[in-house]
Structures are given as structure tokens and as C-alpha cells.
Design a protein around this ligand. Structure first.
Ligand SMILES: Cc1cc2nc3c(=O)[nH]c(=O)nc-3n(C[C@H](O)[C@H](O)[C@H](O)COP(=O)(O)OP(=O)(O)OC[C@H]3O[C@@H](n4cnc5c(N)ncnc54)[C@H](O)[C@@H]3O)c2cc1C
Length: 378
């Protein structure tokens, strides 16, 4: 494979690889940031197929099973997957959040242990950040991991942990120092989900799926080498992970958005004038986002703006679609899924209100909102 060539040559190779995989039924349909249980097996098989064919981890080092190409090549891969409506990887939590964090902060041993197995699908990851009392205010988390000899003793509870029922490892934030100030007493861990004392309870959501779980820790003995980065230095590791999570929207999203806008335009021809008006307004918001992403998609400052606009448009789109379909929207499974799924996307990865706060304070330079406990949003 001539993967050292230009981006355009690489694009042609990607398109060819994807089309052959799609034709032969190996490729898994696109499902967004969170792997739904219904696609679990297909997605696992697709990730392994990519690895075995030398097409996993486009910008990951070759020493760890990746293709060793640039991030621009990775963008091309994502764009071609979006055009073919194919999942670009197994799940965001492993292939982006855990993988990038380990590449940035991991010891050579941690890179060796985790990176290749993640690309090969031998490790499926979940993200163990949110707690019942710590979502937007993530620094308020209370799960504790207290160092005792060669182990951290882990206690507490997480919630909203997507795919935790299938995961072999989780990226975990826990408090390691209760005396330090809120942000300074947190550490970041790579938690083996099979350790004794971990209980995972799937939660049923209104789509009927069990995509996320509650996870309980009862005196779990985590070996010392589960720590990623510095002891008590977990907040800075987590902030870069959250940036990775929010910066998901890019040129590949523009491709999916264009497709959706196209279908909205077709629908608009067949609806009443009130619905057409709503669709026109949605179309103009969509086009604004599209040009914003085309022009400045790679700018990290765009991450909260794109996250906010994308998920709000997705929500309104689902509402309008159900209005057009009427009662059928409760019977047509794709439209029903979109209707029931879209509210959650306005919350996952930081709610719309939190994105507005970030945009106001960090991008527009407005005064910070009054803080009760001096906690930044997470
Ligand atoms: C589909 C889905 C998947 C998820 N997957 C994961 C996962 O895998 N791992 C994980 O760790 N977490 C996950 N989450 C959790 C997600 O990160 C949190 O739900 C989110 O950060 C909000 O936290 P919360 O639910 O505790 O709401 P809260 O923080 O309690 O917020 C409640 C409401 O108050 C508003 N609010 C809070 N603070 C402010 C403020 N300062 N200004 C204005 N409004 C505010 C919020 O916008 C929200 O409307 C997932 C969530 C969803 C919906």
C-alpha cells in the first residue's frame, strides 16, 4: 500500500479499502460517538478487520500497531468513512480518549501494554469520569483512590459510563488527596474492569437500549502502575481528554451534516408552509455551521462552538422530522431513534449550557459566572 504518498493518493486508497470492506460486509455502519450495544459485535469485527488489514490507528506509531501517518491523514480517513457512512473506529472512549491520553502521558510500559491491544480490539474502553454529584462540576468528584503500599484502594460510584458493561478497561478520575484543593487532589487511572470489587449495572434508557451504566467500587485494589501521569496531577490529563472529546466535530461532520441538509431540502418540498419555515431556519443554521467548520474546523477554539451547534441542530432536526412524519415517527425505527437519542447528545461531553459558558468566558472574554466553589466547568 502506498501510504507514504500525498493526501490525495491516500484518499483514493482509503476510499478503495472502505468500498471493498463495505461490499464484502466487513464494514460497520456509522453510529456516532457512543457504540450502541446493537452494533457491538459488528464494530468489534470491523476494528479487528482494519487492524489485520493494516488500516487501524492512522496517526498512531507503527511500533504500537498504527500506520505512523500524520493527523492530516487521519482526517482524510474520517472524511472517507463519513462519505461511506461507515464507523471510523470501534469507540471514541478507547480509540480517541484513552489512546491519545496514553500516547501523551503514558510510560513506555503503558504504551506497550495498551496501545496495540486497543487497536486490535482486545481492549474495549469506557470513560469513568461522571458521578451522581459531579457532571458539569467534574472537579467535585468524590470517588477515592488512596495509596496503600503497592495499591490504590478505590471506593465510590460513577454514572453514565457508556459501554462499561462490555469494557475491559476504563479511564478513571478519582480523588487521591482530600486535603489538597479541589483540582489538585485528583489522579487519572487506567482501571482494569475485571478487578474484584467492581460492579457494573447497565441503565435502561428511553430508546430501550442499555448504552450506559452505573459503576460501583468497593475496596478495589488497583496496582500502582494503573496511574497515568503524575500522582494528584489527573486534572490536567483529564482536561486534554475533554478537549479531545469536544473537538470531535470536524470536516467529517461537515460531510454528514451536508447529507442531512440535502435530505431536509428534499423534505421541504413536500411539507406545509409552517414546517418549511422551520426547515429553512434549520438549513441556514446548518449552513452557518458548515462554513464555520470548513473554514476553521481544526481550530481548538471551535470545539465548544461546533459541539453546541451540532447537537442543538441535531435535536431540532429530530423534532422537525417527527412533526413531518406525525404518528409514524413513533413507528419508524430510525426516526424514533433520532427523536429519543438527540436530547442526550445535548448533554454528553458537556451540556449545551456549559458549552455556552465556555464560549462566553474563554472565547468572547465575558466575565466568569459567579462561582460557589471555584470550580471550572468540565
Ligand atoms: C448519552 C450520554 C453519554 C454519556 N457518557 C458518559 C461516559 O461514557 N462517561 C462519563 O464519565 N460521563 C458520561 N456522560 C455524562 C455527561 O458527561 C454528563 O451528563 C454531563 O457532563 C452533565 O452532567 P450531569 O448529568 O451531572 O448534569 P449536571 O451537571 O447536574 O447539570 C444539570 C443541569 O444543570 C445545568 N448546569 C450545570 N452547571 C451549570 C452552570 N454552571 N451553568 C449553567 N447551567 C449549568 C446543566 O447544563 C444541566 O442542564 C454521558 C452523558 C450522556 C447524556
Amino acid at each position: 500500500m502506498g501510504k507514504d504518498g500525498t493526501l490525495e493518493a491516500f484518499r483514493i486508497e482509503c476510499a478503495h479499502f472502505i468500498s471493498v470492506a463495505k461490499e464484502s460486509g466487513e464494514a460497520c455502519p456509522a453510529y456516532g460517538a457512543i457504540l450502541p450495544p446493537v452494533f457491538h459485535q459488528d464494530a468489534m469485527r470491523w476494528q479487528r478487520y482494519c487492524y489485520d488489514s493494516g488500516w487501524a490507528g492512522v496517526h498512531w506509531p507503527t511500533d504500537h500497531g498504527g500506520m505512523g501517518l500524520s493527523k492530516d491523514h487521519s482526517v482524510v480517513w474520517h472524511e472517507e468513512c463519513a462519505k461511506a457512512e461507515i464507523a471510523p473506529y470501534l469507540n471514541l472512549q478507547g480509540l480517541v480518549l484513552a489512546g491519545e491520553a496514553i500516547m501523551r502521558c503514558g510510560t513506555p510500559e503503558q504504551k506497550k501494554v495498551f496501545l496495540r491491544p486497543t487497536l486490535k480490539n482486545e481492549i474495549l474502553w469506557c470513560q469513568l469520569f461522571s458521578e451522581p454529584g459531579a457532571g458539569s462540576d467534574l472537579a467535585g468528584l468524590q470517588s477515592s483512590a488512596i495509596l496503600d503500599g503497592d495499591y490504590f484502594v478505590l471506593n465510590g460510584q460513577k454514572v453514565w459510563s457508556s459501554n462499561a458493561q462490555f469494557a475491559q478497561f476504563g479511564i478513571l478520575m478519582a480523588r487521591t488527596d482530600f486535603q489538597a484543593s479541589k483540582h489538585k487532589g485528583i489522579s487519572f487511572f487506567l482501571l482494569d474492569m475485571n478487578l474484584p470489587g467492581i460492579e457494573v449495572r447497565p441503565l435502561k434508557q428511553m430508546t430501550g437500549d442499555h448504552e450506559f451504566c452505573e459503576v460501583f467500587f468497593d475496596d478495589v485494589l488497583m496496582p500502582k502502575n494503573a496511574l497515568l501521569g503524575d500522582l494528584h496531577g489527573g486534572w490536567s490529563v483529564a482536561m486534554t481528554v475533554l478537549e479531545d472529546e469536544r473537538s470531535g466535530a470536524g470536516s467529517a461532520d461537515v460531510i454528514s451534516l451536508s447529507r442531512r441538509l440535502q435530505s431536509m431540502t428534499s423534505n421541504a418540498k413536500e411539507t406545509d408552509s409552517l414546517t418549511r419555515q422551520s426547515l429553512t431556519s434549520l438549513l441556514s443554521r446548518g449552513r452557518s455551521l458548515q462554513s464555520l467548520l470548513e473554514g476553521r474546523g481544526s481550530d481548538p477554539m471551535m470545539a465548544p462552538i461546533a459541539k453546541l451547534l451540532n447537537t442543538e441542530i441535531g435535536y431540532d432536526e429530530a423534532q422537525i422530522e417527527s412533526r413531518i412524519l406525525g404518528p409514524l415517527s413513533m413507528l419508524n425505527s430510525d426516526a424514533t431513534d433520532r427523536l429519543l437519542y438527540s436530547p442526550g447528545m445535548r448533554i454528553a461531553g458537556g451540556s449545551s449550557e456549559i458549552q455556552r459558558n465556555i464560549i462566553g468566558e474563554r472565547i468572547l472574554g465575558l466575565p466568569r459566572e459567579p462561582q460557589i466553589s471555584n470550580s471550572p466547568e468540565a
